[in-house]
Ligand binder design. Structure first.
Ligand code: ATP
Ligand code: MG
Length: 498
């Protein structure tokens, strides 16, 4: 028996294999087409960013930043000559001192401690030899020369960073951007919750915060879900006010929460002080009666926010969009303002949110960008959207292999190659097996591969110029000339939407 380690995908990550991958592509294609029909354009972003970008925008009191991020040091190492002589050690010690002085070694407190240790170790080496050399080398290795980087847990911060970096506020109109790709959060893996998961997201950034923008974003989102056949989705909306009215409300909420603190669990108790609004998010059954009695933001919005929310609802009516209001729908981050929303779908158990989003008028400024830039956006959890489609009744039938070519005889081979090329040029998926097979065996394989047709090319077919096309579902056979064959299969393809 082999004692070789069997490698497996890391906990919380997974492979998306065919035929599921076709469903993923189909979903993402519908998303792209829908978003582009609203004049959103794709932005391709890096998968990792400066850790501070997420810490600042998402907030250090959130679960995402405090415990779920994949953070690593972008570590370079000092070049070390081997074996080290005392002269090398002294040179390295000098290089480190110079690096520290010039700032090429970042001035962090960890680095400072390491630099001090390293100098001491160098003096010891001069006195003691080998053991001290090893300590010295450890210190050199511990120097973090690079930056702290994080695999993105979400992409809104990256979009805002790119907006600022490329001066997009000078471009005409609002920037309507979308992205598609993986996100990373170190959460407890379960159905619909992974450590590498995928999102399709869209953001509108610009000078206007007109409720029509919010309504259009929601219309687009629901159209996308409808196009993808997501059954039983529900849209929940809320307004969490602006800087002024929300902070007054949060004060009030905190006071009320302190009074009922004893009736809440440890997570909520902690959040009263660190992230008050998030208490409203609690799903714990025993906390529900307490939370239901708390003051509601809708009674505390300022006139402008109330107006914005009411106009949004008018805009939704205009677009014939139905929704439920949910006063407990909050985003616990400081930069969120006014509109927040979530879409749930069936078949997902407790992870039933397929999309979350909202307005974040303060974000660009918070990240050091120009003042007054408003924003709104959403992120769809693709893993959950796919799960919901798979559990529903409208799983699309996606085209697979169209034609398997069964050939016999030396003269048939070049004809088979040229037919394969022509059929592929018509947009059909064609399998031309690398070796000749007996017809019976070839047809058996065609069937197992799920081909719709087998095209039979033997020496007789080559000399007569007619080919036999066999439909594998019912074994119906047709004899067709090359032109007839291409025409027939093309029209079949169009008819099946393949
Ligand atoms: P949840 O409350 O379900 O944890 P969230 O508020 O953390 O969601 P957002 O940050 O708003 O989620 O992300 C938007 C969407 O991304 C969610 O509605 C969900 O569909 C999806 N999502 C978030 N985290 C995960 C994950 N770990 N695995 C799969 N999908 C996820
Ligand atoms: Mg979450």
């Amino acid at each position: 028996m082999s004692s070789q380690k069997q490698f497996r995908a890391i906990k919380g990550t997974r492979d998306i294999l065919p035929p599921d991958s076709a469903l993923w592509n189909w979903f993402e294609q519908i998303a792209r087409e829908t978003l582009e029909s609203y004049n959103f354009r794709e932005i391709r972003l890096p998968v990792f960013e400066d850790t501070q970008l997420f810490a600042r925008s998402i907030g250090v009191d959130t679960d995402v930043v405090s415990k779920e991020m994949y953070t690593f040091e972008d570590r370079e190492q000092f070049h070390m000559a081997h074996p080290l002589s005392l002269v090398d050690v002294i040179r390295l010690d000098e290089a480190v001192a110079e690096g520290w002085q010039r700032g090429t070694i970042p001035h962090t407190s960890a680095n400072e401690a390491e630099v001090i240790k390293l100098h001491e170790a160098c003096r010891e080496i001069e006195r003691e030899g080998t053991a001290a050399v090893l300590r010295f080398l450890d210190s050199v290795r511990n120097l973090a020369l690079g930056d702290s980087l994080t695999l993105r847990p979400e992409a809104t911060a990256s979009v805002a960073r790119a907006y600022i970096e490329h001066g997009m506020q000078t471009l005409p109109g609002n920037q309507k951007l979308y992205y598609v790709g993986p996100m990373f959060r170190r959460e407890r893996p379960q159905k619909g919750r992974y450590r590498q998961f995928y999102q399709v997201g869209a953001e509108v950034l610009g000078q206007s915060d007109a409720p029509a923008i919010d309504a259009e974003v929601l219309e687009m989102l629901l159209l996308l879900f409808k196009g993808a056949g997501l059954a039983n989705t529900t849209l929940y909306i809320n307004s969490i006010g602006c800087k002024e009215c929300r902070s007054k409300y949060v004060e009030l909420l905190r006071e009320e929460l302190r009074k009922v603190k004893d009736k809440l669990g440890p997570d909520s108790q902690r959040r009263i002080e660190t992230n008050t609004l998030r208490v409203l998010d609690s799903k714990l059954p025993e906390e529900q009666p307490v939370i239901e009695k708390l003051p509601r933001i809708s009674d505390h919005l300022c006139a402008a926010c109330r107006q914005h929310f009411s106009e949004l609802k008018d805009e939704l009516h205009l677009r014939e969009i139905s929704y439920d209001e949910n006063w407990r729908l909050v985003r616990g981050l400081d930069y969120y303002t006014r509109t927040t929303f979530e879409v749930t779908a069936t078949g997902l158990g407790s992870q039933n949110a397929v999309c979350g989003g909202g307005r974040y008028d303060g974000l660009v400024e918070l990240l050091g960008g120009p003042a007054g830039v408003k924003g709104i956006g959403f992120a769809i959890g693709t893993d959950r959207a796919i799960l919901s489609i798979q559990e529903g009744e409208k799983v699309p039938h996606l085209p697979g292999l169209s034609v398997f070519i069964a050939r016999m005889g030396a003269k048939a081979y070049p004809v088979a190659i040229s037919m394969a090329r022509k059929l592929r040029a018509c947009g059909l998926a064609v399998e031309l097996p690398p070796q000749e097979m007996k017809f019976g065996k070839a047809l058996g394989l065609a069937d197992k591969l799920g081909a719709r047709y087998a095209l039979i090319i033997g020496e007789d077919e080559v000399s007569s110029g007619t080919y036999t096309l066999k439909r594998l579902a019912d074994a119906e056979q047709k004899k067709l000339s090359e032109n007839e064959l291409l025409e027939y299969l093309e029209s079949e393809r169009r008819g099946s939407g393949a």
